[in-house]
Ligand binder design. Structure first.
Ligand code: SF4
Length: 241
């Protein structure tokens, strides 16, 4: 595959390329129930200490563009259900919307992983999406202590509501490190989500792989999720991966 000098050049027609840090050609875990290609887009405005792709927080980490992604997809038509735009935060790049449209034109379903930092761009993308996995990182008023962003909870809440209003299939996911969220926080998140109409929720135990290592190497266990929470959802899963 060719490499990109980050920030250099435009694709044909003057369009800015999508900056991609890596591609997984076949995945069964990034979109539940689907066989998908996953593109990890470079760039994210937030700095969560448990980020497993922290090198992708910078756009300078990009080594590929959508030219490579679409060449790969065209060679796999009929072999994949869809493509997932992940990151980093894929909506940090406006070009992801045109890429989603092009993937649909090629006959692929389109999934998105998002932290919810860009609600306006998410609303623009939703008509092109078949599924969204959206992070819910903390009770809304405690968000900034995890993301190190400003008013990040308000943006994430608006994004979640946009997904729910759209009717697009979705999953909410909460990563739990015991130094960042208490069982009461987890309970507050679950009740808030259920009250908004979220039907699918996953709790993801912190894993140190791929992180900066700044958090103590602790984890949580399925039994620590308060007993009453799974029943609030049609689908609930505790994940270690
Ligand atoms: S929002 Fe996601 S990609 Fe961005 S720093 Fe947090 S975990 Fe990493």
């Amino acid at each position: 595959m060719s490499t990109l000098t980050p920030g250099a050049g435009c694709l044909e027609g003057g369009r800015h390329p999508l900056l991609i840090g890596g591609i997984t050609p076949f995945s069964t875990v990034d979109w539940p129930g689907k066989l998908a290609c996953v593109a990890f887009l470079a760039g994210c405005p937030w700095r969560c200490p448990y980020c497993q792709n922290h090198q992708l927080q910078s756009r300078a980490s990009a080594t590929l563009t959508d030219a490579e992604l679409f060449s790969l997809l065209e060679a796999r038509r009929g072999l994949l259900d869809g493509v997932v735009f992940s990151g980093g935060e894929p909506l940090a790049q406006p070009a992801v919307i045109e890429a989603a449209r092009h993937a649909r034109e090629l006959g692929f379903q389109v999934g998105l992983h998002t932290c919810g930092a860009f609600p306006d761009r998410l609303r623009e993308a939703l008509p092109l999406l078949d599924w969204v996995g959206i992070d819910v990182k903390a009770p809304w008023d405690a968000y900034d202590r995890i993301t190190l962003g400003r008013e990040s909870g308000a943006a994430a809440r608006e994004s979640l509501q946009a997904v729910l209003d759209s009717g697009v299939a979705m999953e909410a996911r909460t990563t739990w490190h015991p130094a960042l969220l208490t069982p009461q926080d987890i309970s507050d998140i679950a009740h808030d989500l259920a009250g908004r109409g979220v039907r699918t929720w996953a709790v993801q135990a912190y894993r140190p792989e791929g992180t900066t290592g700044e958090l103590p190497d602790e984890t949580v266990y399925p039994s620590e999720v308060p007993d009453d929470l799974p029943a609030l959802f049609d689908s609930y899963e505790f994940r270690r991966a």
